[in-house]
Each structure stands twice: as structure tokens, then as C-alpha cells.
Design a protein around this ligand. Structure first.
Ligand SMILES: Cc1cc2nc3c(=O)[nH]c(=O)nc-3n(C[C@H](O)[C@H](O)[C@H](O)COP(=O)(O)OP(=O)(O)OC[C@H]3O[C@@H](n4cnc5c(N)ncnc54)[C@H](O)[C@@H]3O)c2cc1C
Length: 373
């Protein structure tokens, strides 16, 4: 499909926005992999984003049944949202239609609103969190503590705020709760969509509500999750947003704590120290989910992590395909050594999955999200 007409129209209508045609997306991801967007738009405020989404809504033919070059339905109408690009693998052919990155960065602290209790903690699923060699990889046990009992405070963060910025800003305001997510290069939008996890915590443990723009109804909606967030289909790496591609996340309201700042700062420091040794930035984080407890017991008599299996059982640590490599720091991470394509990355994914299936009849599920494929 040729987007030239729409591109020219958008440039005319929104002269102050960054709007590009055939724009390379790889540099907007931590993996630095992927082809161009047909049209790329950067917005810096939620008002800018909502205005452009409303404008695009005038083109129902485009927004309801767009097709890729291959004739497949696009996942999210013809609009794809980018967060900070730290959990995605973009196709070598890029993303059809319109890709938008919103860098809105407002943080609002609601000092008056925090009298009632906090949200329920999502069930801690040790199957997903396990590291078999904590001394070698991540050892969270001694850092973990419960903040229940501290006064709470609600904070609304725009989707474009980056996690490290949020942590630093809030700690400086005397607010804790996000320390478990230190080192993760996610945006608040991506963290909400994905239900980010850090240590024994999920982002959903803190989510009270979210403001979204609904691409079908072309209006802003306030979604209240409150104390029921975990019950409302948040799960490990899963959120209600994944079943609603028409929802563009504008902001998320979290219930955080006026907690022990020194202790929280110490978690941030220690966590960054540990994670930076085993989680290279030129990656998209962990590639595979850990196998189920049932499969692990069947095969090894105890829970094993995907990294342990790839390292000890499949012997694939360090394996390369083109410019992609299974990290020597952590076998459940694939890095771009500089020249990797999406095809290189996926060929390693396939090799791991095929060997795990052949040797153990084990299905390893990819947890990095692909866009444009
Ligand atoms: C070094 C490193 C360490 C990591 N450590 C962890 C970790 O400890 N725990 C963990 O859970 N993950 C980790 N990750 C993975 C990654 O940070 C998460 O997947 C994160 O949630 C991605 O957020 P993002 O803003 O980068 O989103 P992106 O990767 O840009 O996007 C992810 C998905 O969210 C959607 N999305 C983003 N913004 C919006 C929006 N505003 N509205 C609607 N949809 C949106 C996108 O369309 C896409 O489908 C790590 C990654 C790296 C590189």
C-alpha cells in the first residue's frame, strides 16, 4: 500500500510534529534490529498524540482493514505503538502502516488520594522467576522486602516516561515502590502493556488505573483496576492491553509508598550492579519463558530455567547466527553483536526451540514480542 498521500496530508495538518516516511526503526530499539516504518510519527505530549489519533480515525478504511504487503491483517489497525523498544524484535521488512512513539513525560503525584489500602499482589509464580544459579546470575533474596504498612501515595505517569527516570524522580520525592524495576530500560507504556516483572514484583502489583485512547471509539477511556488488578487478567507478562490492540496507553496511575528511601536506593544500586553483569543492553531481555513446573519435574525432577537448559543441556551458550549470538553472560538472552538481522535472531530462537523439542519434547515459548511479522 502506498502511504504517500496520507503522509503529505499528515505533514500539512501537523507541521510541528516529526513525521517521516520510510523511517528506520532499528535505532529506536535496544536490539537495533528491524526495517523501516511506512510512516513514523513522534509525539511529545498526550494532547499531540490524541489529536493525531483522532485525525487518523477519519480514515476508517485505513484503520479497520489495512493490509501488509503480504496481504495479512495488521495487528493493531494501521497504528503500531512503540515504547522504548526494549522488549521487541522488529521484522527486517519493518512495520507497515503508521508507527508512533510518544515521549510524553509528565509525572503527577496525588498527595491527597492515598488513604485506602494498596492493590493485591499478583501471585508470585516461581516457575517464571527461577534462576538455577543465583550466585552466578541474579540473587534477589537478600534484597527483597515487603512495603505493606507504609503510607501509600498515588502517582500518574505518562506512558513515555522511562523507568529509570521514574525511579530517580520518585525517590527524590520520597516515594518508593519501583526500586524492583531498576536497570530495566522500559517505558511506562511498555511496562503496563507487558506487565513488567522485577525481583518478586509485577508492575500490576501497583497499577490502579490507566488512561487509554480507544482507536475504535476514537475517545479517551479511563480504565479502573484498583485492588482487583491481578484478577482483571493481569498475569505473568500478560495484561488486558494485549487483548485490546485498539487501546493506546496514555498514562498509568500507580499506588506507591512513602517508604524507606535509603533501603529502596540500596535495592536500586545492588540490583543495577547484579543485572548489568548478566543482562546486556544490546538485547531485548529474556528470550524464552521458563518451562512449566510439570515439564521440569518430568525431565529434571525440579524446576529449571530456560537459561540453565540452553546452557547446560543444549550447549548453545555463545552460539552465533550471522550477527546474533546467544549471550555468554546469560544463555536466555540473544544479543546483536552489531550486524544482526531479525532473521539471524529468529534462526537462533528456532535452533533452541527445535533442539529442546527433539531432545526433551519441550516447547520453549518466546517472550520477546515481534512487530511487523
Ligand atoms: C537489558 C534489558 C533488561 C530487561 N529486563 C527485564 C526485566 O527484568 N523484566 C522484564 O519484565 N522485562 C525486561 N526486559 C524487557 C523489556 O524491558 C520489557 O519487555 C518492557 O516491558 C518493554 O517496554 P518498552 O517500553 O521498551 O516497550 P516496547 O518494547 O517498545 O514495546 C513492547 C510492547 O508494548 C506495546 N506498547 C508500548 N507502549 C505502548 C503504549 N503507549 N500503548 C499501547 N501499547 C504500547 C508495543 O506495541 C509492544 O507490543 C529487559 C530488556 C532489556 C533490554
Amino acid at each position: 500500500m502506498d502511504y504517500t498521500g496520507l503522509y503529505l496530508l499528515l505533514k500539512k495538518q501537523f507541521p510541528n510534529l516529526k513525521i517521516e516516511k520510510d523511517f528506520p526503526l532499528a535505532p529506536l530499539t535496544t536490539l537495533n534490529i528491524g526495517g523501516p516504518a511506512d510512516i513514523f510519527i513522534e509525539t511529545k505530549t498526550n494532547d499531540e498524540l490524541v489529536n493525531i489519533l483522532k485525525f487518523l480515525g477519519q480514515f476508517p478504511a485505513l484503520s479497520t482493514s489495512p493490509t501488509t504487503g503480504a496481504g495479512e491483517e495488521l495487528e493493531n489497525g494501521f497504528v503500531t505503538m512503540l515504547g522504548n523498544g526494549s522488549g521487541i524484535l522488529i521484522a527486517d521488512a519493518g512495520i507497515r502502516g503508521i508507527t508512533i512513539k510518544n515521549t510524553a513525560k509528565t509525572i503527577t503525584i496525588h498527595y491527597q488520594s492515598s488513604s485506602n489500602n494498596q492493590s493485591t499482589k499478583l501471585k508470585n509464580n516461581s516457575t517464571h522467576r527461577l534462576e538455577n544459579e543465583p550466585q552466578k546470575y541474579l540473587n534477589f533474596g537478600s534484597l527483597d522486602y515487603d512495603e505493606t504498612g507504609y503510607p501509600t501515595v498515588d502517582v500518574t505517569l505518562d506512558a513515555g516516561v522511562l523507568m529509570p527516570q521514574a525511579i530517580t524522580f520518585l525517590l527524590n520525592q520520597g516515594i518508593t515502590g519501583l526500586q524492583w524495576f531498576a536497570y530495566i530500560p522500559a517505558s511506562i507504556g511498555g511496562a503496563t502493556w507487558y506487565n513488567l516483572h522485577g525481583g518478586s514484583y509485577h508492575f500490576a502489583d501497583y497499577i490502579q488505573s490507566a488512561e487509554v485512547f480507544d482507536l475504535k471509539e476514537l475517545q479517551i477511556k479511563h480504565l479502573n483496576f484498583g485492588a482487583e488488578a491481578p484478577a482483571k487478567s493481569f498475569d505473568y507478562e500478560n495484561s488486558p492491553f494485549q487483548n485490546h490492540p485498539e487501546w493506546v496507553i496514555l498514562s498509568t496511575t500507580l499506588r506507591l509508598f512513602k517508604g524507606d528511601i535509603d533501603r529502596a536506593r540500596n535495592v536500586v544500586t545492588q540490583w543495577i550492579l547484579q543485572k548489568s553483569k548478566v543482562q546486556p543492553m544490546n538485547s531485548a531481555g529474556s528470550v524464552f519463558q521458563n518451562p512449566s513446573l510439570k515439564d521440569s519435574i518430568r525431565l529434571w525432577g525440579e524446576q529449571k530455567s530456560a537459561g540453565w537448559i540452553i546452557d547446560h543441556e543444549l550447549g548453545l551458550k555463545g552460539k552465533q547466527s550471522g550477527g546474533a549470538q546467544i549471550s555468554l553472560q546469560h544463555a536466555n538472552i540473544i544479543i546483536n553483536t552489531g550486524t544482526s538481522t531479525a532473521a539471524d535472531y529468529l534462526s537462533l530462537v528456532k535452533e533452541v526451540q527445535t533442539k529442546a523439542k527433539q531432545r526433551f519434547n519441550l516447547d520453549l515459548k518466546m517472550e520477546v514480542k515481534t512487530l511487523g511479522m
